[in-house]
Design a protein around this ligand. Structure first.
Ligand SMILES: Cc1ncc(COP(=O)(O)O)c(C=O)c1O
Length: 472
């Protein structure tokens, strides 16, 4: 409240009155619900004329302030017509989910309180809530009681954290000397069907893109463990220093699961860090029926699971889990005078790659607490059941099923005499009826259909089947 002694009142465009906030909040709540309903029935792909948008943006030159009464509806319209809609149930895309309602509530709470999670001293409740969720998910994965971890911006940050931990684990001078600490070039192993952000991560971590060894697959999208064993021996003989094996549990293109147990055996035999990238496949841990697919994950040194994929939180919510809290601390430890505390294993700025941190985990906390493991199990199992129905429908119409994943992604090749996968996919996208991707699976172009939208129904499956058939 502005008091008479204050030199200037707060800027009302930035900090409006209570009454104005209530009015705009109510407007947003109502209008966003209506916009989401329209999105669910409308085009999945953008329909906006970008030239119009650019000319309107040119007029918003930040010289003349504009009211939220004008700005909020304008911005909603740009988003409603100017993005691919993950919230449309015919988005069969890249794991980006329609967010759960509790996750949306979490975003709102985080925005309102805007807690700083760099230290537990500043945000004790928020840090405790996050670590409660992390411990629960780690235990669900079968990691030991002392396992720890943290929320990340997504799978890439979690995987980057795994590489830093592996290097720190391999050589305790890595922290101070970097790659120079090693007797030869450090290298690590992924399958060539893995998410290739690993290549960027090799670059980011300072060991170079050539440190990322892409292991051949077995013709069905899974890492060939014999080839992996040979590559480790060859690299060692050539003077390289293997530090990490990554098994992907749910490949991005085809939902295949690498031989986790064999990778764990090899990692143990060679004293390497063993990471399981279960960025989207990790969600099946919630289901008693499906969790056996990830057998061996409990042997991992660390695991990536994204909440912003099949766990249906809003974007920017990954998890890094590890059985080794000490390595995590030595990877990120730093001491400064200005931070209010520095407790190894507790304060997130000394156990994670980030410093200032948003309250990322509240979205999974609210979703998991509201639905329970059993609610999430239904969520995951219904995706798998729907994709099984889609597989049948497409096979009946002559499509060839390329992958044999038990997860919710299908790779299909067009019927004989139809156009190629790329042409068909672009026709479906142009129709706006559904969103699908083209991917390479074992060197072949396939149409990739992923079903992780929690509100998709058989009608959506039929509409996709018709859209694909019409495109032929
Ligand atoms: C297996 C796997 N790992 C890592 C990632 C990267 O995750 P993010 O996009 O959250 O950084 C993805 C993304 O699809 C993925 O499928």
């Amino acid at each position: 409240m502005f008091a008479s002694g204050d030199p200037m009142p707060p800027v009302s465009a930035l900090f409006p009155s209570h009454a104005d906030r209530v009015r705009w909040d109510d407007y947003l709540t109502r209008e966003l619900l209506c916009a989401n309903d329209r999105v669910a029935r409308g085009s999945v792909v953008p329909t906006l004329d970008m030239n119009v948008l650019r000319s309107q943006l040119a007029e918003i030159d930040f010289q003349t302030p504009r009211g939220l009464d004008e700005l909020l509806p304008w911005t909603i319209a740009q988003l409603e017509h100017g993005v691919v809609h993950m919230t449309n149930p015919r988005y069969f895309g890249l794991f980006n989910p329609t967010p759960s309602f509790p996750a949306l509530c979490g975003d709102r709470l985080t925005g309102a309180f805007n807690p700083q999670l760099a230290t537990a001293t500043t945000s004790p409740a928020a840090v405790e809530i996050e670590s409660h969720v992390i411990r629960a998910v780690a235990r669900r994965a079968g990691l030991p009681l002392e396992a720890t971890g943290h929320f990340t911006s997504g799978g890439s940050e979690a995987n980057y954290t795994a590489v830093l931990c592996a290097l720190t684990h391999a050589n305790d001078r890595f922290a101070s000397e970097g790659a120079r600490a090693f007797a030869g070039p450090p290298v690590f192993y992924i399958s060539r069907e893995s998410h290739l952000a690993w290549v960027k991560i090799g670059h980011q971590a300072g060991i170079g893109r050539s440190a990322v060894r892409q292991v051949p697959t077995d013709g069905r999208g899974r890492m060939d463990a014999d080839a992996l064993a040979r590559m480790i021996d060859d690299d060692t003989a050539a003077g390289c220093v293997p530090v990490l094996i990554v098994a992907t549990a749910g490949t991005t293109n085809a939902g295949m699961i690498d031989p986790v147990g064999r990778c764990a055996d090899l990692a143990r035999a060679h004293g390497l860090w063993f990471h399981v990238d279960a960025a989207w496949g990790g969600a099946v841990l919630v289901s008693e029926q499906l969790r056996g697919l990830l057998a061996g994950i409990e042997r991992a040194s660390s695991i990536t699971i994204d909440a912003h994929k099949w766990f249906a939180t809003t974007m920017g919510c990954g998890m890094f889990l590890t059985r080794d809290p000490a390595i995590l601390s030595s990877t990120f430890q730093v001491s400064t005078g200005f931070m209010p505390s520095n407790t190894a294993t507790v304060d997130p700025y000394v156990t994670t790659a980030q410093w200032s941190r948003r309250f990322l985990g509240v979205r999974l906390f609210l979703s998991l607490a509201a639905a329970g493991w059993c609610g999430y199990a239904e969520h995951v199992e219904r995706s798998v059941a729907l994709i099984a129905r889609l597989r049948e429908l497409l096979a009946e119409r002559g499509w060839r099923i390329a992958n044999d994943s038990a997860l919710a992604v299908l790779c299909v090749e067009p019927p004989p005499d139809a156009a190629d996968a790329r042409t068909l996919a672009s026709r479906v996208l142009a129709s706006g009826r559904a969103w699908i991707a083209v991917a390479k699976y074992e060197g072949r172009d396939v149409i990739r259909i992923c079903l992780t939208h929690g509100e998709a129904t058989m009608d959506d499956i039929r509409e996709l089947t018709d859209a694909l058939t019409d495109a032929c």
